[in-house]
Design a protein around this ligand. Structure first.
Ligand code: GLC
Ligand code: CA
Length: 513
């Protein structure tokens, strides 16, 4: 692993629309973010992941990039962005940007050029079929909007045309290019030019959107050989030209690390370890993961799948653990603030690079049935503005019409929690500060000692032993720790070594040395 700073990085994810509005127009912006850098630092974070900040018509929250070389004027000027970056760096905070490699906005100039009726230099930059009248099997497409004779393949929403990185298996040679074709290689070089542009400007790396989506007909998520080949080529470019830059993928599969990513998000996909730990629900919506206090989860299932993932990746990269993200329901109100502490403590004391989604440090809640804005759909409820205080719009904006309704909550705001020693906010600070004091947590030493149903989960990080009890009742883990073992960090009441093992109080988390 060439990169060093990632090892001790703790990220804060900012959804720029929702963080802090400096000019009262109802949208968050660069100046607003700059004004809150000290706050982010005070949490113990030393890195930021910024959701898309590019020029965009915002038909998918900015994941539809119109101009890859320009910032969105919604968030301020080019100079405001540079100031944000420079100020973050001056405070010792790295900033990674969101790279959207697979698709552009339908308003992207290169795409519009490719959509013209006669061939031109952009004709092969995007994937187009050669028949406007039929729909190719296995793809989402758009036809009847442009005069080019064919239909455009889209990656996600119909506003997001797929860039042409080629196909691994070519079924229809009349319009599908090999991923080794000249056209596909040109797209790859264009992507490198986008990356160089932002790295030269000071960015510290990228979170890569839908990283596994580049090459079509490329097999299972856990394989994707041609897509992986492209990323390894890009990683080689970084290693030689920008050795400090990092790539964090939205892939959610150990294959991402084999493809050259420094880290990969473990998302809440079905059957993923993270789901088993805190995200799984049954058909009726009842929680059935380990941290659901109804006793329906299974620590063993988590441990088995986590171990498999970790073993495949630990020598070459990191797993990124998230409290949540802009696509995922927040953990609150499903979990109480007490439970959130246990979850955060467990997630971040397992081997990982921590990512805190803005507002999770104060327990902001997923807002049900929020009317969709900019195609957030059900994701909109996780994107409500940051709750800073009890002022107008929770201190987020002075506008009479912020872009999303704001929740004003007496307890769930930064100002109130700053004052309260026992708040979730101050807990998060203590947790991250504690994590930082112990090298064990950023090592690859991990041994699961006990994992059975809803019984306490016990694991070792080097000489430290961690005991978690997710239930509302006292439980004893049949595990011996030295009678002199000292509890050095705890959530709730400390667990105690006893004759039968370790007695863990209800809803508790203890680290023994
Ligand atoms: C990723 C993003 C999501 C976006 C999608 C399409 O999953 O996280 O917000 O809608 O890609 O770019
Ligand atoms: Ca603004």
């Amino acid at each position: 692993m060439t990169n060093t700073w990632l090892k001790s990085a703790v990220f804060y994810e900012i959804y720029p629309n929702s963080f802090m509005d400096s000019n009262g127009d109802g949208y968050g912006d660069f100046k607003g973010m700059t004004s809150k850098l000290d706050y982010i630092k005070s949490l113990g974070c030393n890195a930021i992941w910024l959701n898309p900040h590019y020029d965009s018509p915002f038909k998918d929250g900015g994941y539809d990039v119109r101009d890859y070389f320009k910032v969105s004027s919604r968030f301020g000027t080019e100079a405001d962005f540079d100031e944000f970056l420079a100020t973050a760096h001056a405070k010792g905070i790295k900033v990674i940007l969101d790279l959207v490699p697979g698709h552009t906005s339908e308003e992207n100039a290169d795409f519009l050029r490719s959509a013209e009726s006669t061939p031109n230099e952009m004709y092969d930059r995007f994937i187009w079929t050669d028949d406007p009248w039929s729909c190719p099997q296995g793809f989402k497409n758009n036809s009847g909007r442009f005069d080019r004779h064919g239909s455009s393949i889209v990656n996600f929403f119909c506003t997001q045309p797929a860039l042409n990185y080629g196909f691994n298996r070519v079924d229809e040679p009349s319009w599908q290019h090999s991923y080794k074709s000249e056209a596909a290689l040109k797209t790859r070089e264009w992507l490198k030019s986008v990356m160089r542009f932002w790295l030269d400007r000071g960015a510290d790396g990228f979170r890569v959107d839908m990283a596994d989506s580049l090459v079509k007909n490329d097999g299972e998520q856990s394989e994707k050989p041609a897509t992986s080949e492209i990323w390894r080529d890009i990683r080689a470019m970084l290693d030689s030209e920008y050795p400090d830059a990092v790539l964090v993928s939205e892939w959610a599969n150990p294959q991402a690390i084999r493809a050259g990513f420094h880290a990969d998000f473990m998302l809440n996909h079905h059957a993923n370890p993270y789901s088993k730990l805190a995200r799984m629900q049954d058909e009726k919506g009842e929680g059935i993961s380990y941290f659901d206090a109804n006793g329906k989860g299974d620590a063993q299932a988590f441990v088995k799948s986590f171990t498999d993932w970790f073993e495949q990746t630990k020598n070459d990269g990191y797993i990124a653990h998230i409290t949540c993200n802009h696509d995922t329901p927040r953990l609150a109100p499903r979990y109480s603030q007490e439970q959130l502490r246990l979850i955060y403590a467990t997630l971040f004391t397992l081997p990982c690079v921590p990512f805190i989604y803005y507002g999770d440090e104060i327990g902001m809640k997923y807002v049900k049935d929020m009317p969709s804005v900019e195609c957030g759909f059900n994701r909109t409820g996780s994107r409500t503005p940051m709750q800073w205080s009890m002022e107008k719009n929770a201190g987020f904006s002075t506008s009479d019409k912020p872009f999303l309704p704001v929740v004003n909550d007496k307890q769930i705001n930064v100002q109130a929690q700053e004052k309260d020693k026992k708040s979730l906010l101050n807990f998060m600070r203590a947790l991250l500060a504690f994590r930082k004091t112990r090298k064990e947590f950023i090592s690859t030493d991990l041994e699961f000692v006990h994992a059975k149903g809803e019984e306490p989960l016990v694991y070792k990080r080097g000489g430290l032993t961690v005991v978690v009890n997710p239930l509302n009742v006292k439980q004893v883990a049949p595990v011996k720790v030295a009678p002199k073992a000292k509890a050095i960090f705890a959530v709730g009441k400390e667990a105690k070594p006893s004759k039968a093992g370790i007695a863990a109080p209800p809803l508790s988390f203890t680290v023994f040395e």
